[in-house]
Design a protein around this ligand. Structure first.
Ligand code: SF4
Length: 245
């Protein structure tokens, strides 16, 4: 049985993307392979993981890392016993750095009647392939060069090719320095794989000196992307409006 360092396990609503507002359990795994300018997540390895004591209580206890899959399955069961849950979301950091662990937890909770949701930066396609049978929903980011400082479109395309068989949507965070050229290149990349893939344009939540894009810029990006893709939606992060995690 593999082990992983976790940051937190808690119950909340999905605050982004296609399944906005759905009640989910979040399993946040430590570490990431990228360093995005707008990152607002603490994903550094820690000695302890924070676990919400009861679904929706927002009261946490700390337990020592690392965790094995049976411990996480038990924590998920405790939440599911109290609140009907739509999905268990594996998030990070980059959760696919722990692909084997995710596969084991997903296998252990198969009978719970919840979907397995993966929030990923869309770069580790080989790792995703190894556990794709266990995953129901994929929220995949495309990281634009202005955010990450390099072009990752090659690996994003490979990820799209293996994830398109799933309930997949793509999220692109747009800030004031996002260029139309890079955004439309990303839209072309998605359309080249399948024009039916939902694209969520997520206006950046200002952080670390990253500034919000204007409303007219976001609307014009959506209009241009809709000439390439069937479904393009503008959805900001919403959980922060009501002070949820
Ligand atoms: S991929 Fe996600 S967790 Fe990793 S640095 Fe970027 S925003 Fe942060």
């Amino acid at each position: 049985m593999s082990k992983a360092n976790l940051i937190e396990i808690f119950s909340s609503i999905q605050g982004e993307g296609k399944y906005l507002g759905c009640r989910q359990i979040f399993v946040r795994l430590a570490e990431c392979n990228l360093n995005c300018a707008y990152c607002d997540t603490n994903f550094a390895r820690a000695d302890f993981c924070k676990i919400e004591t009861a679904a929706g209580s927002m009261i946490f206890k700390e337990e020592r890392n690392p965790f094995d899959s049976a411990q996480v399955a038990e924590a998920i069961k405790n939440f599911c016993d109290r609140v009907p849950i739509q999905a268990v979301s594996f998030t990070g950091g980059e959760p696919l750095l722990h692909w084997q662990f995710i596969g084991e937890v997903a296998g252990a909770i198969k009978d719970f009647g919840v979907k397995i949701f993966l929030e990923t930066n869309g770069t580790l396609y080989k790792e995703f392939e190894k556990i794709s049978d266990e995953i129901d929903i994929v929220s995949m980011d495309i990281k634009l060069p202005s955010i990450i400082g390099r072009n990752l479109f090659n690996v994003h395309e490979k990820f799209l090719q293996v994830a398109k068989a799933k309930d997949l949507y793509v999220k692109i965070v747009v800030a004031d320095n996002t260029t139309e050229e890079e955004f439309l290149s990303a839209a072309d990349l998605i359309a080249g794989v399948d024009e039916e893939i939902l694209l969520v344009v997520q206006p950046v939540t200002p952080v670390n000196g990253i500034c919000a894009a204007s409303a007219d810029k976001i609307l014009s990006f959506q209009a241009a992307a809709l000439r390439k893709l069937k479904d393009v939606r503008i959805i900001p992060q919403t959980h922060k409006f009501i002070n949820l995690f």
